[in-house]
Every structure is written in C-alpha cells, then in structure tokens.
Ligand binder design. Structure first.
Ligand SMILES: [Zn+2]
Length: 255
C-alpha cells in the first residue's frame, strides 16, 4: 500500500519515526509520500527519505504559509535549492479559503502560481491543498503549464473532480470518505480506476473510529476498506491499484 500524503516531520510523529515507519511496513503500507509544509520541516523529510526506502518527499510552501505575507524571492529560492536534492514533487501547495485564510487570497495565489512555475520548470508533479477554492485553483491551473499531480484529500463535487481529471490530475481520498458525506462518497465511486489514490494525512484528519489513538500511516487500511466498500471492489485490488497509481503519478522508478 502507498500512503500518498502524510506528515512524519510533524512533532507528533517525528521523534518516533522509526516506530511509525516500521509499524506501517508491518501493516503492509510500504510506501509513503511525505508532504511539505514549510522550510523547517523539509530537512526532517529529507532525512527520513534518505534513511528509509519507500519514503519519498514532496517539498513546498503550504498555502497557510503563503497566506502570511506571500512568498518572497528568498523563500522561493530556498525551495528551488531544496528540490534539487531528491524531492519527487512540489507540495503541498494551493489555495485555502477557510475562515482563517480567506482574506489572504492574493498572497496565497501569488505563492501558488510561483510554485506551480517552479514545478513545471522541473517537470515535477504537484500536490494540491485546496479548501473552498476549487474554482480559483482550476482557473490558475488552466492558464499555466503543469506536470499534473495529486489533489490531496479531495472534498469537492463530482463535477469538480471531473475538471481535475481533465487536466490530468489524480484524486487522493483521505478518511473524510469514512464520515457521512454522500456527495463525497459519490465522488469516491466516480473517479476512474487509474486516477484513484489514498492517503492518511496523518497525524491529521484522524478517523473517528480510531478514538484518541495517534493517527499514523499504518492506519491507511481504514481508508482503503471504505473505498473498497463504496466502489464494490475487493480490498486487495484497491490497495494494489492505488499503490500503482501513486507510483505512476509521482513517476517513481523501481529501484
Ligand atoms: Zn497535508
């Protein structure tokens, strides 16, 4: 299984990363994409990807960081330098119009566009974080060169998913599909087999069924089992297909 989005650099998991990765492997989750948020986490991500096979890095400035004051030349230069050292994607990047960040959309859009260009110049896929801003993100993507990528923790409508699919993106589902959201569950049935990905977003977005347990990549089967049920497909088939799709979308060559 391939967890297409998790945050082992986060303080909740990093000190314990060896245990977290070993128990993920024991559960059959042998590949992880660590999503970037800000520069302070990138070196942690890189250290993990160097130490453990099957652990890969996306590096980027999260829209929450871009919202603070936009991204300046120095921050973008730091990203370009960091990307030169083994990252396989740029992210997570995007736009977030949730209450706390909605009034900083111009700053976010500038940082997002600059990072899209950085990714396109390197031929790297992107990992998108989009909250209540699909129209704006799709408009920006439509205007720029892009190498495609992943829409992380998708929560939009079927029509919005179709527009990302038309642009070549894969759709990643998190444990959000486990809660009672008929519209999102319809999307989970709609996405074609070859564009379907799964993620935990651990340690965040913990599914209710886990109670107060720490949420880790080893819990990815919770998402896979729900997706299998929604699509009326065998669990093992969803596990294999989503892993193969992650490898293809992220252009990972077998080593
Ligand atoms: Zn994330």
């Amino acid at each position: 299984m391939f967890d297409s989005h998790c945050h082992l650099h986060d303080d909740a998991l990093f000190a314990d990363a060896k245990v977290v990765i070993d128990s993920a492997r024991q559960a059959g989750v042998t590949k992880l994409l660590l999503a970037g948020v800000e520069q302070s986490g990138w070196s942690r991500q890189r250290a993990l990807s160097e130490d453990y096979s099957g652990v890969y890095c996306a590096l980027g400035w999260h829209p929450w960081m871009a919202a603070e004051r936009g991204l300046d030349r120095e921050q973008l230069g730091a990203l370009e330098a960091a990307l030169a050292d083994g990252a396989i994607a740029v992210g997570e990047i995007g736009l977030d119009k949730s209450a706390r960040y909605a009034d900083r959309l111009a700053e976010q859009a500038q940082g997002f566009a600059d990072q899209l260009d950085i990714a396109a110049a390197r031929g790297l896929p992107v990992v998108l974080h989009v909250v209540r801003a699909h129209g704006e993100v799709l408009a920006l993507l439509g205007k720029r060169a892009s190498s495609g990528g992943i829409v992380h923790s998708f929560a939009g409508s079927t029509e919005i998913a179709r527009r990302y699919l038309d642009l070549g993106f894969a759709i990643s589902f998190s444990a959000a599909i486990c809660s009672d959201r008929p519209q999102l569950q319809a999307v989970a049935r709609f996405v074609p087999d070859d564009r379907l990905l799964v993620e935990t977003d651990a340690p965040f977005q913990r599914p209710r069924s886990l109670g107060q347990q720490r949420y880790e990549p080893r819990h990815l089967p919770v998402v896979i089992e729900k997706l299998a049920k929604l699509r009326n497909s065998p669990v093992a088939w969803i596990a294999q297909t989503t892993a193969a799709n992650s490898i293809k979308t992220l252009r990972i060559r077998s080593s």
